[in-house]
Design a protein around this ligand. Sequence first.
Ligand SMILES: [Zn+2]
Length: 562
Amino acid sequence: MSIELLTPYEKGNLNQTTTHADCIAWYDELARRHPNVLRFGQVGVSDAGVPIHAGVVSSDGIFDRDQIKRAGRPVFFNNNGIHPGEPEGVDGCMALVRDFCTQPERLAALGQTVYLFVPLYNVDGSLNRADTSRVNQDGPEQFGFRGMSRHLDLNRDFIKCDSLTAQVFNKLFTAWDPDVMVDTHTSNGADYSYTMTLIHTQPDKLGGDLGEFLRSTMLPAMYAGMEARGWPTCPYVNPVKDSPDEGIADFLETARFSTGYAALHHTIGFMPETHMLKPFKDRYESMRALVETALDFTVRNAGQIQALRRAAKQASGTRREWPVHWAMDEANPGTFRFKGYEAQYKPSVLGTYTRLCYDRTKPWERDIAWYNRFPADITLPAPRAYVVPQQWREAIERLQWNGVRMERVEADRMEEVDYYHIVSVTSRPNAYEGHMFHDDVVLEKRRGQVQLRAGDFIVPLDQDNARYAVETLEPLGHDSFFRWGFFNSVLEKKEAYSDYVFEDHAAELLNDEPALAAKFEAWKAANPALLSNQEAVLDFIFANAERYREPEWRRYPVFMIA
Ligand SMILES: [Zn+2]
């Protein structure tokens, strides 16, 4: 192979990853030389103004998305560099694309399947290059940083889309609607023999026949395929206690993560995580093997995967109820034959505690518990449609980027709807990815008349993209717009009172509103100690008086039409 077709990784000492500039220039040159194999170009701009690129490889030189989608061709999507400090997928993708260009039999083996890739997604983070941010990782010599230019983790940003970068991704993903996605990573965590570990879309959460296909057919094939390629692979090592000895649990990758987001589109997703303590060269090679294993399986089984996805989308249009939240079944683990190292404990030299370490001279192999069942723990009845009033444009934009079909209210009208009264919200005390995330949400479903205005958005659920709408609009969804704080303003009562005036007025209200008076009597009986507290007394009357009720207060502003 000519030297200029070698990747920066291959030209170096096998412990170096490409820079962003070299990566893009290299693909540009490759596409110029192989215009019938590779189409490569800009798909958007990051928050820091850096171009974001994507590429398409096809065996017949057809790259036009509309043409490919119209023909119903399978799409395999490889995303790389979301965490630029975990870059083996970036370098591996370059070599794979080059091999498609230079090995006709490899290209022909794609058949109808199209290989779509993002060479380096977190472009902002990749420019922030050093060797200091991956604390426990063996190479490469220099690499980019996890945070993008707004210090956000893009692998938590798929739903809230605070970054322009994630918005570009949402639109690209929706446009191509890939059948299978592989988003490449490096892990932190325990020590063990495997170089490659695998996070996949949690099958129960993916749901239905598609989830069962992933669990029973694709995952066993992936593990067998990796073993055959010389890279035995285990599920992502997420120990339920200190070390893998007591078992590991599937990682419940909710929709803020890449594979969880993919599941909202009924796409099978993988986050391969190479082990950070293995040399970069091994991580690179095992990542290439993983992507090729997933791609080969997709090519061979594309018809079945596409049929299952189509069925899942069609079924979603007629569902009577929707799961929106899942939890680990602690009582019924499966098992996995695991190759670990002996966990030992010894006194720390830093403090007075006992520390964990692993003895690599004492490997073991045995079945460990694998907690891989996550039944739904919240399932909700499906409305016929949601109504999103037009002022909630952050929610509407995201629904649009994700291809959710919406209709507009034609003329102002009153409508009888179901809605949620927000009883209580418990938020994190500190910022999480730029938001005070609402961990605990308690709702009460109510019914009433609301004013709809011309131009408000109606989201019918008899559509292929219903799942995205349900999991983002139902406040109890793991990563709902509500939990991310999109509707926080309705949690505040907007008006207040002056106590010396309201003191007299409150007495009149109690006279005028018997229901309020009864509530107040009950409150007094339950809270005798608060009667000496003017603010508590007046607040209670103000909050409960019908006369000064603010209907919008604590009313979740997305409505349901039965
Ligand atoms: Zn990562």
